[in-house]
Design a binder for this molecule. Structure first.
Ligand code: B16
Ligand code: MG
Length: 216
């Protein structure tokens, strides 16, 4: 049976992708090129350094590790300025209702985010106590599509992968859940999230019962 739900943060609980995009775009512009919203899709669920590498390759730049660390720190500073203004109003529609159903169903919950800023964001939106386990970018060595962020969540909850459902909005995150041996609910477009076992536009369009019926 399903015993735990594992949630991605950005794109599932909150929409921080827009802030990541604004901060990366500002950085690219300072370096003399631009990134589009379409390009930004590739950055979703991807770690900070891997994102920077993709952006620099896009701009045709090769830089030293020292310079890259400096740029990543600058982007994060801009990103944090945007995140610091977040409140519970930034929680995506349907999340609160879905979480109360999760509790009623007696399921465990974990956060599976590659963001090193995940605890800060949870604090800002008032959801720091909403999860039984929190796996963030400081607890993993490999970002999505590696399954580590979700397998660690399952381990911390003491459940097996087959007992978990992952909720993800990113292609890399859906792949991570599947590679971890879990049932994956994709939140977004079925044309994009082709590997997901079930796809809905957002948590607002799903009930816990619907998910459990499909997953077990
Ligand atoms: P940070 P998720 C991911 O969060 C974002 O989708 C991705 O765009 C970002 O680069 C990554 O976190 C690292 O974030 O720079 O804050 O450590 O989707 O795994 O919740
Ligand atoms: Mg995401």
């Amino acid at each position: 049976p399903i015993r735990a739900f594992l949630f991605d943060l950005d794109g599932v609980i909150v929409d921080t992708a827009i802030y990541h995009y604004q901060a990366w775009k500002r950085l690219a512009n300072e370096l003399g090129f631009d990134i589009s919203e379409e390009f930004n899709e590739q950055l979703k669920g991807v770690s900070r350094m891997d994102s920077l590498d993709l952006i620099l390759a896009h701009g045709g730049l090769t830089l030293s590790d020292e310079k890259k660390n400096e740029l990543a720190a600058q982007k994060n500073q801009w990103y944090l300025e945007l995140v610091s203004r977040m409140t519970s109003d930034d929680i995506l529609p349907g999340v609160a209702t879905f979480f109360s159903q999760v509790r009623k169903a007696g399921l465990q919950t974990a956060l599976g985010s590659v963001s090193k800023n995940a605890p800060l964001i949870l604090e800002r939106i008032g959801m720091a106590d909403a999860f039984d386990a929190i796996i963030d970018g400081t607890k993993i060595t490999k970002g999505k599509p590696d399954p580590e962020v979700f397998t660690k969540g399952a381990a911390e909850l003491e459940v097996s992968p087959a007992e978990c459902v992952v909720f993800e909005d990113a292609v890399a995150g859906v792949e991570a859940g599947k590679r971890g041996g879990m049932f994956v609910v994709g939140l977004g477009s079925p044309d994009v999230l082709t590997q997901a076992d079930l796809v809905a536009p957002s948590l607002n369009d799903l009930t816990v019962d619907q998910v459990l019926t499909k997953a077990q």
